[in-house]
Design a protein around this ligand. Sequence first.
Ligand SMILES: [Zn+2]
Length: 291
Amino acid sequence: MKTAKKKRKKTSSRVSVRVKPGSKKPAPLVARGEPPVVRVVNPKGKGKYIIVCDHASNRIPKALNNLGLSKADLKKHIAWDPGTEDIGLHLSRKMDAAAVIAGYSRLVVDLNRGDDHPEIMRPASDHIRVPGNAGLTAAQRRQRMETFFRPYHGEIAKALTRFTGKGIAPALISIHSFTPEMDGFKRPWHIGVLWNRQEKIARALVRNLRRNNPNLVIGENEPYSLKATNFLKNTISTHAERKGLPYVIVEFRQDLVDTKKKAVKWAEIFLDSLLPALSEPGLHTLGRKRS
Ligand SMILES: [Zn+2]
């Protein structure tokens, strides 16, 4: 019986290959010699934290021809979160934690979305048209998901499993930055802390930030909320909230972190308030109910 089953399986896979005679594999989106789609820094870090930078880069692979955008547009916030790579690297060093850093622009695939999100490859962002994302075929979308989205999220899952496999719950720390102005509104916050169902760590972090920095304007679920219905699937919901792992999401205002020196300064401000917020007993207990 077993042999027959195996045989049938083999035959059907051969048939499925044969149904597409002459079909060519599409040319790879990232050529040899281009930077990797995801970088894992300090993969063996002992700190029970995984740092993720979904929007670290504004790079577009050569094959996608800058998505038809000008170099000036690719420097804007629509393409990336400036400063977050420097902040993530600094935290990785200070916390001895692995950091998972995206290698390509959010305009190629927005990694901080559910894989079925309609705006995962946006044809326009902040009133700027993205010609290279207009009218994508299903095959083109699939290729981008396979090339960028799956490997990135695969690395996050792998980094988390290194701890969960040993019965430890690591905390996921998600680093973003936001544009100072959106639709004519000058955003007043210096830094924002976001959360959905797990409130405890986020509220402790906000409290600590206020106490340590009385002059800062700190956004609570600002500049946007993780509770927003069109944003319920994202990196944190996928890898932390649904799995009962602790998490923190922080948003730095981009004009405050747009050089390495400024980014490191703000990483330190964040870290001073973050560490006590993560010090509660049982934080790393796997399977614990979190609120
Ligand atoms: Zn972001």
